[in-house]
Structures are given as C-alpha cells and as structure tokens.
Design a protein around this ligand. Sequence first.
Ligand code: TRP
Length: 467
Amino acid sequence: MVSDKVSIHGAWASRWVFILAATGSAVGLGNIWKFPYMTGMYGGGAFVIMYLVCIFLVGLPIMLAETLIGRRGRQSPVHSLGALALESGASPRWSWAALMGMVAALLILSFYSVIAGWSLDYIIAMGDGQFAGISAEGAGAAFGALTADPWRLALWHTLFMLLTGFVIARGVVAGLERSLRIMMPLLFILLLVLLGYSMTTGHFMQGFHFLFDFQPDRLLEGVLAALGHAFFTLSVGVGSIMAYGAYMPRRASIGSTVLAVGILDTLVALTAGLALFPIVFAAGMEPGAGPGLMFVTLPVAFGNIAFGQVMGTLFFVLVLVAAWTSSISMLEPAVAYLVERTQRRRRLVTSALVLLCWLVGMGTVLSFNVGAEAKFFVFAADGFHLFQWGAEGGRNFFDSIDYLTSRILLPLGGLAFVLFAGWVLRREAVREELAIDNPLLFGLVYWLIRVVAPLGIVVVFVAELMK
Ligand code: TRP
C-alpha cells in the first residue's frame, strides 16, 4: 500500500511544486557555468551526446530512487533510509549513506556559495557599465582582482549564505514553496530573453553548430566528465532530492515527475549553451576557454556588443537565481534531520548550519589568494602528506573539497541509493511508488535502477580514481 505518512516539515501543495523544487535544485551553476564550458572543452556535440546518455542511464535512475525513498519514508533522508531499512528487514546502518550525503551536501554548499557570490559582484559591475568595451586582458585582470581579494570574496559569500539561510529558515511552505513559485518562472523568463537576444546577434547558427555538430572521434574523450556532470547537474547522490521527495503528494506518479525534471534540466543546459555561444562568437571570442568562460569570456562578449550592458546584467541575475534555488536544496536535508533529531526550532538549526558552512566556505575564499599554497593530499617523493604548505602538486582547500565531494562522495552516495531502492526495498513497493502502469516499461526502469546505474557508477568511479 502507498504510505499515508506525512512529513512534520510540511508538504508541497501539488506534484507541480515538487517539479519546481527539484528543477530548481537541478538547474544551477552546473547548467549555466559548467555545462557550456565543458561542452566547449570536450568538443561540442560529442560531449552533448555522452551527457544525454549518462543522464538517462544513470542520473535519472538515481533521482527515481531518491524520490521514492524520500516519499515512502516521509522524513529527512537519514531517518527515511533508516526506517525503510528496518521495515524491509535490512540493517539500519543504511542510514549512514544518507548521513554521508548530508555532509557532502554541506561541503558542496560551502564552496558553491563562494562561486555563486561572484555573480553578485558581477551583477553590480555589469550594471555599472564597468565592462563596456573591455578587452580580454581587462576582463581577465578584473576577475583576477576579485579572486585576489579575500575581503570582497568573503562579503559576497556571507551575503549568499544569508540568502540561502533566509529561505530555509522560513520552512517548506512559507520559505521554499513560496520563493520557488517566484524564482523559477523568473529564471525561465530570463533564459528565454537571453536566448531571443542571442538569436539577434547574427551568430546563432554558428553557436548551434558548435553545440550539435557531432565529431565521432571525440566521443570518448569526455565520458568520465560527462558522468560526473550528470550527477552534479541533477543534484543526485547527496539526498537533496530525497529530502524534497518527502514533501511530495501521495498520489503523484514519481516516474513521470522525475522524467519531467530530467528533461527540464537538460533543456535549460542546452538553452544556456544556445544562448551563450552565439554571444561569444559575436564578440569574436573562442568558446573553449574552460572555467573562465562565464567570468572572463562572457563579460568581454557582453561588453562589446549592442545592449550588452543590460543583457549581461540580466545574465548574472539569472546565474544568481539559479544558484540560489540550488543552494537551498543542499541545506534542507541537514536542517530537516537536525530538527527531527533535536526537536529544536528550524530557525535555530538553520542559523547553526549556515554558520558552519560559512566557516568552511572561508577556506575556499582563502584558496584563491593568501591560502593558495596550503596544499592537501600531497603525494611527494618522501611519502604522503595530508597537509603541506607550498607543496608541488596536491590540491588547495577548494580543489580538495571539490574533489572529495564530486569524485568520491557523490558517486558513493548515488550508488548506495540505487542499490537500496533496487535490492533492499521490495519490488512491489517500488512499483507502487513509481506508478508506471505498463509492465514492460516498469521492468526496464527497474532494471536501470538495479543493474545499469550501479554498474555505470562503479566503472566510472574506478576509472576516475585510477586517472
Ligand atoms: N545541480 C546543481 C547545479 O547544477 C547543484 C546542486 C544542487 C547539487 N544540489 C546538489 C550538486 C546536490 C550535487 C549535490 O548547479
């Protein structure tokens, strides 16, 4: 029987709000910043194809697993997993996977906030006309000046953490649902305005071909990156979606809902690419710039074409909104867990966690400047060092947290969630929650959850570690 439990934190008004929330979580810096530059680096269409394959074979099955575990458990991820494990006669230690995910989400939030904070700086600089007519060197220098200044970075990081905490503190309905109902339509409108604008640049088809022309010889080049990105862009592997699933109405079909989220997320990534590359080409720049695409190449592009100042400002507002609707989903699992566990007020718990993430995020702030030489995980000639100042190789604080989360914790979390849904929960329970009527289609989806997704994760996990 479909469970009739309800969450103590509240419930979404409809399945539509779950779609808004999960899409808000999924659409973020990953779509607007990472996806376009990775496509630029890994050869356009070849990367796009691998990315789509990974989304459908691995990413969406994990999202299904998370949503159905959350809705059946009706509690924070840690408690949902624990309760369902007991119900199914399995070890309650399965909840450790969600605990690990929860910590990973907080770690991701700590650096995500720093990068999202840059968009605040850029909204002001763009709106103020500081990029008008700027050269590539000028934009590079402006970006360098921002990252070199720990005080400026700390200011924006602080502000962004406060924005995130503000929404979460007000609760599932008054905070999350209400702000998502405003921010998500805004996000889509901004994206469409930018797309319309890029169609007027006269370079639209050039951008289109870049994104979709297929070079078969480059197909395998980006496969590892594509899978890692599929995790990140769908927000799976840490319990964000699981936490949102707990607030989902009982009757909604999880299968079609999750498919809608996956399609929307992909559409936004492709649209962002279609909107941005023509603008880059119109300014006579190269799209393969790597991570600097958003903060160096684009400002130059916007600074040198008609209406660039207005459009550039709108673009960074879009980035801010997208990042904001993602960051709240990183905080929710931990807030829900601590509220359940300590019975304290949501506001108090949120404040404590915001402070914690803020502190860890200061490590990322310093990695771009005074702390750039603080290296972790150093493999040197004289052996392994956990920490060494100024070591050759090794990773600074930001790179270490990024590596630890996206290469290790996300895949492990995702693996645990699909295995739990596929092998611990009863087949009947999964069938009921997914509500896929066609037996053939259900069989296919169940097989993706049980076999294909776990194998995909393991293969890529091992390949990544050996790189
Ligand atoms: N999906 C978001 C993006 O594309 C980032 C994100 C939100 C995320 N919640 C997450 C990534 C949880 C990993 C895990 O920017």
